[in-house]
Design a protein around this ligand. Structure first.
Ligand code: ADP
Ligand code: ASP
Ligand code: MG
Length: 449
């Protein structure tokens, strides 16, 4: 059993969809599950439409629907001209978009956009793209069926960043998929979406199709999970920012998690966690260059370089709390953490001194309440629009000179906060967002020149 996930750019046009079907047909395993994202740009358009509807600009929301309609209708036209399935696909496209229009009108009328309604809206792109690809696979003579992932991918009700409910989803996924794949039928389904036990649509968070592929792979005991995307693998840095970035042939689970968490968008940060538990390798491959070997992510790797990659995560908020009361007192940090816990806001990095603590967060929905309550503990200062820059490697504690090289490379960049030593494989620090790319470039030059 193998799970293949194709991202938005791999599905961006009719030609790309055709290529995806060819790649699926060429997969070595007879038992295959295909997990698909929305066509590129569609999830953004869906969310923008909801925001426009909320802002009482229904016209602009409906323009987003027109754009989504054109994008899919063009693909259907190009792929199915003269085919008897064309009409059915078009009717279905229209039916889904009519439903979307009703949702937008509801948001517009009520002036309310809950996380639950946003999930119902933002998952539509996956339902559309997967229908077209499934029809294409059948039209090309492959035994393939389309399944609605919401029938088996059961999650909690944390809309917008739902978590898998393994006890429910494992038997549901196995019984929905295994009889089909066992009989040689390829299952084509959606990434990103799931549903609660009571049937409400959920999403796993932006970029969550990778996570879906891993969840499905684990539920089915797959041999391998393949993430097909638009780059040759996991690289020493984001190739869109660093022209000289190089592919890493092998990456450990731990390194991949750390890189994904700290900004390597090529993989959703939660993807590796389920794969680790069942020790299922994850391979990253390029849809446009399938002959390239890609990156294999697995338990143990042979690489020996000290520094493996650099990454940056933008849109970070830094909170500084300083209080002379903290001096020699106990319970201060526990109190501060309790506030973050109360507002369910994860902390990424932390640095403390005798009288102050600095923290970074990337979820700011409850920032006002958070800072309000933190004021009980000391003076609170917030810096938004910061970025975490991370250097990921191995055995940092056993090597001397790494921090020296890092800070030397960044001698002309203002570093807002440093957090090192918590992990043996990561050194992270915070800079202003405007400095993040330059920091990455200078570090990449220092370590990979
Ligand atoms: P998909 O639509 O296939 O899910 P994404 O856009 O989510 O694709 O992820 C692929 C992108 O991740 C690449 O185009 C690249 O710009 C970015 N990226 C960031 N860091 C890295 C890295 N270390 N290695 C490879 N790609 C990276
Ligand atoms: N389509 C979703 C997104 O854009 C999920 C994904 O692409 O992984 O976030
Ligand atoms: Mg992605």
């Amino acid at each position: 059993m193998i799970v293949l996930k194709f991202g938005g750019t791999s599905l961006g046009s009719a030609e790309r969809m055709q290529q995806v079907v060819e790649l699926v047909a060429a997969a070595p395993d007879r038992e295959r599950v295909i997990v698909l994202s929305a066509m590129s740009g569609v999830t953004n358009a869906l969310i923008e439409g909801a925001e426009k509807a909320l802002a009482r600009d229904l016209g602009a929301a409906l323009e987003r629907i027109d754009w989504i309609h054109r994008k899919h209708a063009q693909a259907i036209d190009a792929l199915f001209a003269g085919s008897p399935v064309k009409d059915g696909l078009e009717r279905e496209l229209e039916a889904r978009l009519d439903e979307l229009k009703i949702l937008y009108k509801g948001i517009n009328y009520l002036g309310e956009l809950t996380r639950r309604s946003l999930d119902a809206v933002s998952g539509v792109g996956e339902l559309l793209s997967s229908r077209i690809v499934a029809a294409l696979a059948s039209a090309r003579g492959h035994r393939a069926v389309w399944l609605d992932a919401r029938q088996f991918l059961v999650t909690d009700a944390d809309f917008g960043r739902a978590n898998p409910l393994w006890d429910e989803l494992t038997p549901a996924t196995r019984s929905a998929i295994l009889p089909l794949t066992g009989a040689g039928t390829t299952v084509i389904t959606q990434g990103f979406i799931g549903s609660t036990t009571s049937g409400a649509s959920t999403t796993l968070g932006r970029g969550g199709s990778d996570y879906s592929a891993a969840i499905i792979g684990v539920a089915l005991d797959a041999r391998e999970i393949q993430i097909w995307t638009d780059v040759d693998g996991m690289m020493t840095a984001d190739p869109r920012i660093i022209a000289g970035a190089r592919v890493l042939p092998e990456v450990s689970f731990q390194e991949a998690s750390e890189l994904a968490y700290f900004g390597a968008k090529v993989l959703h940060p939660s993807t590796i966690k389920p794969a680790v538990e069942k020790n299922i390798p994850v391979r990253i491959l390029n849809t446009m260059r399938p002959d390239q070997p890609g990156t294999l992510i697995k338990d143990q790797v042979k690489a020996t370089e000290t520094i493996r990659a650099v990454a940056a995560k933008k849109g970070i908020t830094v909170i500084f709390i300083s209080s002379p009361r903290m001096l020699m007192s106990h319970g201060f940090l526990a109190g501060v953490f309790a506030v973050f816990d109360k507002y369910r806001t994860p902390i990424d990095l932390i640095a403390t001194s005798e009288i102050s603590v600095s923290l970074t967060i990337d979820q700011t929905e409850n920032l006002q309440q958070l800072t309000g309550e933190l004021a009980d503990y000391g003076d609170v200062r917030v810096v938004s629009d910061a970025a975490i820059v991370s250097v990921v490697g191995r055995q940092f504690r056993e090597q001397s000179g790494i921090a020296g090289r890092v800070f030397n490379a960044l001698s002309d960049i203002n570093i807002i906060m440093i957090s090192g030593g918590a992990s043996d494989i990561n050194l992270s620090f915070v800079v202003g967002s405007e400095d993040a790319d330059r920091a990455m470039k200078q570090l990449h030059t220092e370590f990979f020149r």
